[in-house]
Design a binder for this molecule. Structure first.
Ligand SMILES: Cc1cc2nc3c(=O)[nH]c(=O)nc-3n(C[C@H](O)[C@H](O)[C@H](O)COP(=O)(O)O)c2cc1C
Length: 222
């Protein structure tokens, strides 16, 4: 038995191992998106320098910090190295809005994932309503339960074809019926979609509570 990782998967101790240096980008992608699930989906609205609206979903996404309020988006280029409209617009304007996708917007979100040319307004194609941003110039989606208005904090160009955009959240819209006066957002009302591996999705309307214990509570409960 060898301790080194092989390009070929090995399964002699119940695990199948992969040496990432020996994998193709496609293979790494398949492994990562299958294992790191469910991923939240940023439904990103931007405008270009001429004010034309763009929308697209991104599941290489999460919130990373609350103070400052920072979230991250992983934006790839198209296979021919052209920037996606979202990436080009954030480069040009430094602003974007992350709308949260709920189950009711599943099909509309999928329309906005189509590789339309820049002049096509995906919100109009999907029958969605653009509302004017408050702190940023790009609109947010009226049909989405939550929208986070962001200004680019920094962009990490991690390869010729991939940017990680960190954005600072400067304003947030929450559908009033799903938030209470204690700032708790009702997860069933939010009904956010998660992205699984392949073309899979998950719903988040089945949840449970599990408070973190102090050490004393943990020892008392044993
Ligand atoms: C659920 C979902 C998640 C996606 N996540 C990403 C992602 O994290 N990064 C990315 O570059 N593309 C992602 N895509 C693909 C883009 O949405 C797609 O390339 C889109 O056409 C880009 O649009 P744009 O050129 O208007 O920015 C995802 C697509 C779907 C349906």
């Amino acid at each position: 038995m060898s301790d080194t990782l092989d390009a070929a998967p090995v399964a002699d101790d119940g695990f199948t191992r992969f040496d990432f240096a020996a994998l193709s980008p496609r293979e790494r992608y398949k492994l990562l998106i299958g294992a790191v699930v469910p991923r939240p989906i940023a439904w990103v609205t931007t405008i270009d320098e001429r004010g034309r609206v763009n929308a697209a979903p991104f599941s290489f996404f999460n919130v990373l910090s609350a103070d400052p309020a920072i979230l991250a988006l992983g934006v790839e280029n198209h296979e021919d190295r052209r920037f996606k409209d979202t990436g080009a617009n954030i480069r040009a304007t430094g602003e974007f809005t992350v709308n949260i996708v709920d189950h009711a917007n599943l099909h509309a979100m999928n329309v906005t994932a189509v590789a339309f040319p820049p002049e096509i307004d995906e919100l109009a194609e999907a029958g969605l309503t653009a509302l004017p941003g408050h702190a940023v110039a790009c609109p947010y989606i009226a049909e989405a339960p939550v929208a986070l208005e962001c200004r680019r904090y920094v962009t990490l160009s991690i390869s010729a074809s991939r940017d990680i955009v960190l954005g600072e959240v400067v304003a947030m819209h929450v559908r009033s019926s799903i938030i209470n006066e204690r700032l708790h957002i009702d997860p069933a009302g939010l009904d956010a979609l998660g992205r699984m591996g392949g073309h899979g999705y998950a719903r988040s309307n089945e949840t449970f509570d599990l408070p973190t214990m102090s050490e004393a509570q943990y020892r008392a409960g044993r």
